[in-house]
Design a protein around this ligand. Structure first.
Ligand code: S3P
Length: 452
C-alpha cells in the first residue's frame, strides 16, 4: 500500500487553498449517506497502534486533515505506517518503547486531539520533542494536560507557563497520580491514560461527567490493565506489550449530525445514515433531537471494533425548543453548533447551558456560532456558558467559517433552509473532519458550488 490517491479535495487540503461554498436551499433532500470514519477513533487507532507490538490494520480511517496530522507526527516519531489508501492504514508497531526522537518539530496542525493525546505519550519517552500546531491550536489551552502531566513527573514547557503550544517535552520516568478533571474532557483523560501506560503503578482519573470512552475501549482490547467504574478510570503501568488490533472505524456521529439536523428541518427531507457509531458517550444529539420532536429511527447493527453501530433514519419533523445542559453536554459537545440551527427552526425557545467549553474549541463557538447565524436572521443570544435561541426564519447571507470546520458545516445546514443564496467563506477547513461533505450534500440533491 502507498500514500492515498490525491483527489480534488485532498489536493485542496494540502495546499490549504481558500474556497467558498455557495448553497441554494433545495426544495427537498432525500438519500443515503455513509458518514466518514469517526475522527476520535481514527486518532486513537493510530496512536495505540503505534505503541502496540505488531501490525495494526485499520479500515475506514478518516482521511481528514486532523487524522492525517496524527499519522504525520507518528511517522516523524519513527513509526512505519502504510496508507491511508481508501481508508486503509497499516501501522507496524514495535512496542511501547519503540518511538524515536523526532528530528523535526511535530506538527499537530489544527488538531487538539493530536496535540493533547501525543503529549501524554511523549511525556513518558526517553527523548526530547517539540509539538506545535496552527494559529488556532496555538491559542487553545494546554495547561489542562501539562499540569497533571507535570504532577506525574513530566518535564513540559510551553508559552504562558506551559498553557500554550508550542510545547517542548523532555521525556521522563512517570509516577502515577490520582486526578479529578475540573471539566469533563476525553482529550485530557486520554492524555493521562496514555501517560499512565508508562507510569510505575496505578493512575486514577475521575471526571465530573463521563466523556467519550473510545480510549478506554481500545486500550482494554489491546490488553491494557484498565478498569472503569462510573466516572473513574484506573490504568496500571503496562508491563506486557500491547496487542495490535484489527479495526473497522464506525461512521462519525459528529459528521452524521449535520445530516441529522438537515433531515429534520428541510421540507419533506428523508435521510438514511449508515453504520453510525452509537457509543452512548456520543449519542446526546439523538436524545436531544428526539426530545425536540424529531422523527428518528435507530436500527442497531451490533458492534464493530468494540463500538456499537447502527443505521439512523431521519425525516422532516416539527421541532419544539428544548433545554440542553449538565451531563448531556460532553455527550454532544461538538454537535452544539448544528443543534443551534435545529433550534432556529423549532417552535419556542432553546436554552443551551453548562457549555462554557465551547469557547475553547477550534474557535470560540459561543460567540462565532451566534455571530454568523445572526447574519442569516437567527434570533440567537450568546451566554457565558451557552446559547439562547428562539425559532425564526433564516435568509441567505455571506458568512464565514473563521477556519472552524464544524462552523462551516453548521452554516451549510442553515443555508438549506435559508431564503436565497448563502456564500460560506473559508469552507476549505471542512476538510479537517469531513472531506466529502460537499459531495454528500450533492448526493441528497442540494446544489452546492465551490468557488476559489
Ligand atoms: C475529542 C474530545 C472533545 C471533542 C473533540 C474530540 C476527542 O474535546 O470536542 O472534538 O477525540 O477526545 P475535549 O476533550 O476538549 O472535550
Amino acid at each position: 500500500m502507498t500514500q492515498g490517491v490525491i483527489t480534488g479535495s485532498f489536493e485542496r487540503r494540502i495546499k490549504n487553498a481558500k474556497m467558498n461554498l455557495i448553497i441554494r436551499p433545495p426544495l427537498s433532500i432525500k438519500g443515503t449517506i455513509d458518514p466518514p470514519g469517526d475522527k476520535s477513533i481514527s486518532h486513537r487507532a493510530a496512536i495505540i497502534g503505534a505503541l502496540a507490538e505488531g501490525e495494526t490494520r485499520i479500515d475506514g480511517f478518516l482521511e481528514g486533515a486532523d487524522c492525517l496530522s496524527t499519522l504525520k507526527c507518528l511517522r516523524d516519531l519513527g513509526v512505519v505506517i502504510e496508507g491511508p489508501y481508501d481508508g486503509q492504514v497499516i501501522i507496524r508497531g514495535k512496542g511501547l518503547n519503540s518511538l524515536k526522537e523526532p528530528e523535526t518539530v511535530l506538527d499537530a496542525g489544527n488538531s487538539g486531539t493530536t496535540m493533547r493525546l501525543l503529549s501524554g505519550v511523549l511525556a513518558g519517552q526517553s527523548f526530547y520533542s517539540v509539538i506545535t500546531g496552527d494559529e488556532s491550536l496555538r491559542s487553545r489551552p494546554m495547561g489542562r494536560v501539562t499540569k497533571p502531566l507535570r504532577s506525574m513527573g513530566a518535564k513540559i514547557w510551553g508559552r504562558l507557563g506551559g498553557d500554550l503550544a508550542p510545547l517542548s517535552i523532555q521525556g521522563n520516568s512517570l509516577t502515577p497520580i490520582k486526578y479529578t478533571l475540573p471539566v469533563a474532557s476525553a482529550q485530557v483523560k486520554s492524555a493521562l491514560l496514555l501517560a499512565g501506560l508508562f507510569a510505575n503503578g496505578e493512575t486514577v482519573i475521575t471526571e465530573p461527567h463521563r466523556s467519550r470512552d473510545h480510549s478506554e475501549r481500545m486500550l482494554k482490547a489491546a490488553g491494557a490493565d484498565i478498569t472503569i467504574e462510573d466516572k473513574t478510570v484506573r490504568i496500571k503501568g503496562q508491563e506486557k506489550p500491547l496487542k495490535p488490533l484489527k479495526m473497522k472505524i464506525p461512521g462519525d456521529i459528529s459528521g452524521a449530525a449535520f445530516f441529522l439536523v438537515a433531515g429534520c428541518i428541510v421540507p419533506r427531507g428523508i435521510i438514511l445514515l449508515k453504520d453510525v457509531n452509537l457509543n452512548p458517550t456520543r449519542t446526546g444529539i439523538l436524545e436531544v433531537l428526539k426530545a425536540m420532536g424529531a422523527q428518528i429511527t435507530v436500527t442497531p447493527k451490533g458492534e464493530t471494533s468494540g463500538e456499537p453501530i447502527g443505521d439512523i433514519e431521519v425525516s422532516c419533523s416539527n421541532l419544539q425548543g428544548t433545554e440542553v445542559n449538565g451531563e448531556l453536554i460532553p455527550r454532544l459537545i461538538d454537535e452544539i453548533p448544528v443543534l443551534a440551527v435545529a433550534a432556529t427552526q423549532a417552535k419556542g425557545k432553546t436554552i443551551i447551558s453548562d457549555a462554557a467549553e465551547l469557547k475553547f474549541k477550534e474557535t470560540d463557538r459561543i460567540s462565532l456560532v451566534a455571530k454568523e447565524l445572526i447574519k442569516m436572521g437567527a434570533d440567537i443570544l450568546p451566554q457565558p456558558d451557552g446559547l439562547l435561541i428562539k425559532g425564526s426564519p433564516l435568509h441567505g447571507a455571506v458568512v464565514d467559517t473563521h477556519g472552524d470546520h464544524r462552523l462551516g458545516m453548521t452554516l451549510a445546514v442553515a443555508a438549506l433552509v435559508a431564503k436565497g443564496v448563502t456564500v460560506i467563506r473559508g469552507a476549505e477547513c471542512i476538510n479537517i473532519s469531513y472531506p466529502n461533505f460537499a459531495k454528500d450534500m450533492e448526493r441528497l440533491g442540494v446544489e452546492v458550488r465551490e468557488e476559489d
